[in-house]
Design a protein. Structure first.
Length: 278
């Protein structure tokens, strides 16, 4: 509440109260576009996080990738729809042209901004989902974070240059800082997602009775937590542990590794795990 009051006070002092209110309403409708679409596909919306800088819905479900992509797209599409409606009204009723021109401008900016290929924006989530389908969540996270870091630094540098020449305000700098801050929470989200992939894979294997597999070879000094990051999205894994002479010590399934990480620690090496397992 205090942060809201501070933000509103700053906007009033700077003369951007009307713009802030219109932008905030547009962000609300953007998030409602996500939540209504998610509900249509049978998801549950646990809560919507509200802050002075926008909204974020916590959606829980097991949609297929096509449905998740549609959910992510419906936010920007809502803004594009609002843009088109505002343009039509502004051209039809010139008396209200200024306010609807502002709404049109804000919504097209929100649509373009949210489609940028960086996390945690919708464009970044779409790219992440497509990459996950081919690479798995760990590798997809690595690539999308690299792009996000590069673009956030780019926004900060360009924003500082423009401000120094009195060509713009601090918006680009704030966007860059916002992206950097959100990447930390996204890392935790991906770790949970990777664990869910393994759990769902087990249920799919038990249901089908047959499943494609992948062999991995590791040295005994490797940590068990590191191998989890190298698991494919849609393969069951057999892990072969070798000693320094590249002789086979033991064979584990991915479920053995998951149980070991839960029981002991992801920092435990395979050599230590073999000793405790004997």
């Amino acid at each position: 509440m205090i942060l809201f009051l501070i933000t509103i006070t700053i906007m009033v002092i700077c003369g951007y109260a009307k713009e802030y209110c219109m932008a905030y309403l547009s962000m609300l409708l953007h998030e409602l576009g996500h939540t209504f679409t998610a509900a249509f596909f049978g998801n549950s919306v646990n809560f919507i996080k509200i802050s002075p800088f926008g909204f974020k819905a916590e959606i829980e479900g097991k949609n297929i990738i096509t449905e998740r992509l549609i959910i992510y797209l419906c936010g920007p599409l809502t803004n594009i729809l609002l843009f088109l409606i505002s343009v039509i009204i502004a051209s039809t009723f010139p008396y209200h042209k200024s306010i609807f021109t502002l709404i049109a401008y804000l919504n097209i900016c929100l649509a373009v901004f949210n489609l940028l290929p960086v996390m945690p924006l919708d464009g970044g989530r779409i790219i992440f989902e497509l990459a996950c389908a081919r690479l798995g969540s760990y590798k997809a996270h690595k690539y999308i974070c690299y792009v996000s870091y590069v673009l956030s630094v780019f926004f900060i540098i360009v924003g500082c240059v423009l401000v120094s020449y009195n060509m713009a305000n601090f918006c680009l700098v704030l966007i860059g800082i916002f992206i950097l801050g959100e990447l930390k929470s996204f890392k935790r989200e991906v770790a949970i997602m990777n664990m869910k992939d393994v759990i769902y894979r087990r249920s799919r294997l038990l249901k089908k009775g047959i499943y494609p597999a992948r062999d991995l070879v590791v040295v005994k000094t490797m940590r068990m937590g590191d191998i989890i990051r190298n698991l494919d999205f849609d393969r069951f894994h057999i892990i072969h542990v070798l000693d320094e002479d590249l002789k086979l010590l033991k064979v584990f399934t991915e479920q053995d590794i998951m149980d070991g990480v839960v029981k002991h620690s992801g920092d435990m090496t395979f050599e230590e795990f073999i000793m405790t397992d004997e």
